[in-house]
Design a protein around this ligand. Structure first.
Ligand code: FES
Length: 104
């Protein structure tokens, strides 16, 4: 199953400017909708046990962790604000025909 696109959610489940937590193969993943473009990162903050899907999108391109307010760039996964230092894993994702597809 390498390099396949798999449907993981409906586009309508990820509100514009919002997040949606999913699980795929046991991995917690957070989907983001930034003005119609979909992104996916691991859902667990690299600083602690917090779901980034419960966080806040800041400046249109960063996710703020709900626990200690560290921030990551959503597109790159880069940790951009303390206390977060370790980048998030990101996933290749696309929207097609009302579905969100993840590359696996
Ligand atoms: Fe996310 Fe601490 S758990 S910033």
């Amino acid at each position: 199953m390498a390099n396949e696109w798999v449907e993981v959610a409906k586009l309508s489940e990820v509100p514009d400017g919002g997040t949606c937590p999913i699980r795929f193969n046991g991995e917690p993943i957070c989907l983001y909708n930034l003005e119609g473009k979909i992104y996916a990162t691991n859902d667990v903050c690299t600083h602690g046990q917090a779901s980034l899907a419960d966080g806040f999108i800041v400046d249109g391109d960063k996710i703020e962790c709900p626990l200690h307010q560290g921030m990551f760039n959503i597109a790159t996964g880069k940790a951009v604000s303390p206390p977060c230092k370790i980048d998030l894993v990101i996933y290749e994702v696309k929207a097609e025909g009302g579905a969100i597809l993840l590359k696996v």
